[in-house]
Design a protein around this ligand. Structure first.
Ligand code: NAI
Length: 794
């Protein structure tokens, strides 16, 4: 074709990136890779290898070691051995190592980008301009945190040895998201890359050697799910950080339930991309290109559900189709390619299957006329319209370049549709009206909201999910907290196994025999006292066995009623922080007014001295959270773009609380108050030893203007009430204070809907020490951070 003809047709010619350096790198390693353990290459114990292939051709790139539990054990031992020196290292020196890694990523950026594209199939344009620069940014940013650690987190220490498992969609970027904060905070790591894409992690191991990172600080063990499982179940791993499918996240939650490993999960999503009728439609279409066709749609936060204001739906769909016609699909090393290869045949087949199912369920499928390369794994950009909100393609993660489009009529309906998913990872809102955009952003249940922008990521801005998209954040100050614990926590003594409450016999309330004592404490649901569904009660006795009274024996039905009441207590959720503070101050005032009588009654269970202290400190604790209610602010992060991200500390929702037995009043207040201060509604099971405290508490709440349903109290046995709390789909989190067995049950029972579980890990918390038992640590768990990105600046 002549230049003149090209000028007329404006056809793209081939613009391949040269893979020579990457091929040489593979050759230098003999195209065969071992594990990286203790700073050295370590042949797999079982001698097994698997192939990693180039998805754009299906050709083998290299053999990679298949990690066994023996390999994982060797890596964990290396990480343990390196831990004392690494955590004791002067923060400035740790910062220097991270800084070195950032410099080396930049120095080798071309090799890393090409290798990433060869192993994963993503367009070189993306690996070169997005993935690798963000990797470097992560190491720079966290080098900064390493430097500032002691000043900013003087009361924290690292978790220890961290096991990290990452997926194949952003192989090196996910490694950076995991390793940079872990190292900055003084942890040592064992990382398992995804089996489809191990190469850049192995290249990174080489960078660790080049940077002089001490042996054992970073260990990389390659392999499949079984290798991941061995890491998850290794007894000497202190924390697991996982990114991947919700299904595997659930398996990891179950596998770690009876251990004290900390867990952060970044799971799937079905993120809404909402376009209002006043949006700049052309910008929204460009946003959508990044939202769903970036990385072939293999993005956990992909804007895979398009929600269109009905009045602009046809125009928007037509603009989208026009734009889709211009997307170029083909060999990912070509610099002018928009859509590369799907990572593996199995993923391609999954996409094909789901699209076929969506069509069978009534969706209309449109794809541009493109010729797919004859080799490799490719799927054309696809839009499914007329999708029913319950269709599989509207509900399940497709993880491919497939958009499911639906319409809405009002902002309210848009929010309902947006939240009509078990996930809650990310969302986009397009509107030129700032009021509409921010009003909707506040109502979406997702960890990230992009206003008039899409898929922006930065090390300074937390990322992570609500609901079944997981828990924990990566990036920003909030991400660092995932890798540290308060210093006192690990040293806290074990809580003795729960003593059976002094008495457990129950008797029917309607028993005709005269009551031994005229005090039967009812449940407190929706601001009213309620008789238990069972009609039974439990006897409560003093330490020396005297009968003090009876408490209602709550059951599953009572928990259901309490959840319903909590969900209806909208006015508490919507109250301003100032109002919440006022109500809590009022609670404290009322406790002060009645302190003597409450202490007198409590004394019968815990002794006069403890009762007095519980009441005195209880007043202080309520005051403290009243003070915090309007001060636990979020932050404004400053990414290096023309945006800011507003990190809001949002309420979690409805939280079930198992309160400590041994400090009936103070323990209850220490857990319920931070939750209320943050705007949550609560269903609390008070001390099993002395549930009669409920009567004093509900009088307190009744007289303090706390709206009905904001707090609900269900007395009874933890062994019977934990399960309905943990399994209830409308309870968003469980706080469980108890012995090892109780907290393990709380975690195991919450696996189904992956609700957040926060426990004392079977340790005794000194509720009488305010430096331990109140403040930020509790508030951080009472909230979840939502990052709202908005355009800002020149
Ligand atoms: P996956 O969740 O199975 O793999 C992610 C990582 O977990 C890999 O390193 C894998 O080896 C490891 N793994 C697998 N089973 C494990 C176990 N029992 N214990 C510990 N580690 C284990 O994801 P997969 O199979 O590659 O993709 C399936 C679907 O998952 C995708 O189609 C997509 O819908 C979703 N997915 C979501 C991702 C996200 O970022 N949210 C990332 C990758 C996949």
């Amino acid at each position: 074709m002549s230049i003149a003809e090209k000028f007329v047709s404006m056809e793209y010619g081939p613009a391949p990136e040269d893979p020579k350096e990457a091929q040489l790198w593979l050759d230098r390693h003999g195209r065969k890779f071992s594990h990286f353990i203790g700073g050295e290459w370590h042949t797999p114990e079982a001698g097994e290898y698997f192939d990693t292939v180039d998805p754009s051709t299906g050709d083998k790139l290299a053999s990679v070691a298949q990690g066994s539990s023996a390999d994982i054990d060797a890596a964990v031992r290396a990480a343990q051995a390196a831990s004392p020196n690494w955590r004791a290292l002067k923060p400035h020196l740790r910062a220097r190592y991270l800084y070195n890694l950032a410099r080396l990523v930049q120095k080798h950026s071309r090799l890393l980008a090409v290798l990433e594209t060869m192993d994963n199939g993503k367009p070189i344009r993306e690996s070169r301009d997005i993935d690798i620069p963000l990797v470097a940014r992560h190491f720079y940013y966290h080098a900064g945190w390493a430097q500032l650690l002691n000043q900013e987190f003087p009361e924290h220490e690292p978790c220890g040895v961290v096991g990290q498992i990452i997926p194949w969609n952003f192989p090196l970027l996910m490694l950076a998201w995991k390793i940079a904060p872990a190292l900055a905070t003084g942890n040592t790591v064992v990382l398992k890359p995804a089996e489809f894409t191990p190469l850049t992690a192995l290249a990174f191991a080489g960078l660790c050697q080049e940077a002089g990172v001490p042996a054992g600080v970073v260990n990389i063990v390659t392999g499949d799910g079984s290798t991941g499982e061995a890491l998850v179940t290794h007894p000497d791993v202190d924390k697991i950080a996982f990114t991947g499918s919700t299904e595997v996240g659930r398996a990891i939650r179950a596998a770690t339930a009876s251990s004290h490993k900390r867990l952060s999960l970044e799971l799937g999503g079905k993120s809404p991309f909402i376009v209002f009728d006043d949006a700049d439609l052309d910008s929204a279409v460009e946003g959508l290109v990044d939202g769903i066709w970036f990385n072939q749609g293999q993005v956990c936060c992909a804007g895979s559900r398009l929600l269109m204001h009905e009045s602009i739906a046809e125009v928007l769909l037509s603009k989208i189709r026009d734009r889709m016609n211009t997307l170029r699909i083909g060999p990912p090393l070509d610099k002018a390619i928009d859509i590369g290869a799907i990572v593996a045949r199995v993923q391609l087949e999954r996409i094909e299957r789901m699209v076929a199912q969506g069509i069978a369920e009534g969706a209309t499928c449109w794809q541009p006329q493109v010729v797919l390369p004859s080799r490799g794994f490719y799927f054309p950009p696809t839009i499914l319209s007329n999708v029913h909100p319950t269709s599989i393609v509207a509900q399940q993660e497709i993880f491919g370049p497939v958009l499911a489009a639906m319409t809405f009529r009002t902002p309210k309906e848009a929010v309902e549709l947006a939240n009509n998913t078990v996930y809650g990872l990310a969302s986009c809102v397009w509107s030129e009206n700032i009021n509409v955009a921010l009003h909707v952003a506040a109502q979406i249940k997702a960890g990230v909201v992009w206003v008039n922008c899409t898929n922006l990521f930065d090390a300074a801005c937390g990322f992570g999910g609500y609901r079944e998209s997981g828990y924990g954040r990566e990036g920003g100050r909030e991400g660092l907290l995932e890798y540290m614990e308060p210093k006192w926590f690990k040293r806290a003594p074990k809580l003795a196994a729960a003593l059976a409450p002094p008495h457990s016999e129950s008797q029917e309330m309607a028993d005709s025999s005269p009551p031994l004592i005229d005090r039967t404490v009812k449940l407190y649901i929706g601001g009213k006292q309620a008789r238990p569904d069972s009609g039974y009660s439990m006897e409560v006795r003093s330490r020396d066995g005297a009968l003090l009274g009876e408490a209602s024996l709550g059951n599953r039905k009572d928990i259901r009623n309490a959840v319903e009441a909590a969900r209806k207590a909208e006015s508490w959720a919507k109250a301003t922080a100032h109002n919440r503070a006022q109500v809590l101050y009022y609670c404290a005032e009322n406790l002060a007014l009645r302190s003597e009588e409450i202490a007198r009654r409590l004394a019968s269970a815990v002794g006069a001295e403890q009762a007095k202290r519980e009441v005195e400190l209880g007043i202080e604790r309520i005051f403290s959270y009243a003070a915090w209610a309007d001060k636990f602010d979020g932050a404004v992060h400053n990414p290096p773009f023309r945006n800011i991200s507003i990190a809001m500390n949002e309420r979690i929702g409805t939280v079930g609380v198992i309160c400590p037995s041994e400090t009936p009043l103070l323990g209850f207040l220490s857990l319920a108050m931070p939750l209320l201060a943050a705007g949550n509604t609560v269903i609390a099971v008070p001390s099993e030893r002395y549930p009669l405290i409920a009567a004093d508490l509900y009088q307190l709440f009744d007289t303090s203007d706390l709206p009905g349903g904001a707090i609900n109290i269900v007395t009874g046995y933890v062994s019977q009430l934990l399960k309905p709390l943990a399994e209830h789909d409308d309870i968003d989190a469980i706080w469980c204070y108890g012995d090892d067995a109780t907290v393990a049950s709380a975690k195991a029972m919450s696996t189904g809907n992956l609700k957040q579980v926060w426990t004392n890990e079977g340790r005794a918390i000194d509720w009488f020490d305010p430096s331990i038992a109140e403040g930020r640590w509790f508030l951080e768990h009472a909230t979840q951070v939502k990052n709202i990105w908005v355009p800002y600046g020149e």
